[in-house]
Design a protein around this ligand. Structure first.
Ligand SMILES: [Zn+2]
Ligand SMILES: [Zn+2]
Length: 264
């Protein structure tokens, strides 16, 4: 199984990504949580950003994190322990999910990082494509954090493949405009759901500083950053950033500069 995952990494990642995207895009049309309106312009911006980030990261780190994990495996924290591979993979996945939670908190709380992440928050409508809308600067920060984690922990390459698949699918899922009914609240017992993440995109500042999790909801609960319901119904909850435009691709790329200009 592990050999199979290793050998077919690019195909597996592309298949899971395309499958999740297709299914979630269809489900959000069939069971919408909020009114979506025209999507073409937003989709163009978000997919171009997603594609540009993928291209940029491959230039910065050829072979990606998997190649780095191959070169670092056997060293780092996991190199000091003798445990079954399945346990190592499971523990690494939980640690990586926590690191992404901590990184998200840092992107909101550290003044020079916030303008980069603000591009993601400027969108006033959320749907599956919003899971791709990240500024290239944020994508680079995230790559650096994950690369440090791979080197420090000595994570098995297969863990990285599984984690990257989980991360991209979870990002699509939590941004989907999907009405899960009662299952949304049930899902939040352990995982981040679309309603849980939508609250994080609220215009109300005390709500946008909640629900930082990506896959597991437990970190928000442990560190008291969890909120179950927004101040008004999800259907009418204002999303985006007060005083900033959503804009197209160029505006999304310029968005961090708007924050720097406002601070002056
Ligand atoms: Zn955020
Ligand atoms: Zn988001």
């Amino acid at each position: 199984m592990i050999d199979f995952i290793n050998q077919h990494e690019p195909v597996l990642r592309a298949l899971v990504f395309a499958g999740s995207l297709g299914l979630l895009a269809a489900f959000e049309v069939l069971f919408p949580r909020r009114f979506l309106g025209a999507r073409l312009a937003r989709w163009r911006t978000n997919f171009l950003l997603g594609g540009a980030n993928m291209f940029l990261l491959r230039i910065v780190l050829p072979g990606g994190l998997v190649a780095l994990a191959f070169s670092a495996y056997g060293s780092g924290v996991f190199g000091r322990f003798d445990m079954p591979l399945w346990a190592e993979i499971l523990i690494s996945l939980v640690i990586l999910d926590f690191i992404i939670y901590a990184q998200h908190v840092a992107l909101h709380r550290i003044a020079f990082l916030w303008p980069l992440h603000a591009t993601h928050h400027a969108e006033q409508t959320l749907d599956v494509s919003s899971g791709l809308r990240f500024h290239p600067g944020e994508a680079l920060v995230s790559l650096g954090v994950k690369a440090l984690a791979v080197l420090a922990l000595g994570i098995h390459p297969v863990t990285i493949i599984i984690f990257e698949i989980l991360l991209s699918s979870a990002s699509l899922f939590t941004h989907t405009n999907l009405d899960l009914g009662r299952w949304d609240a049930r899902l939040q017992a352990l995982f981040v759901s679309p309603d849980m993440h939508r609250l994080h995109h609220s215009r109300a500042e005390d709500e946008s500083r909640r629900n930082f999790g990506f896959c597991l909801s437990v970190w928000d609960k442990i560190f008291r950053t969890y909120r179950a319901t927004p101040h008004i119904a999800h259907e009418t909850l204002p999303l985006g950033l007060t005083g900033f435009r959503q804009g197209g691709l160029i505006e999304a790329l310029r968005h961090p500069l708007r924050h720097i200009e406002k601070r002056r």
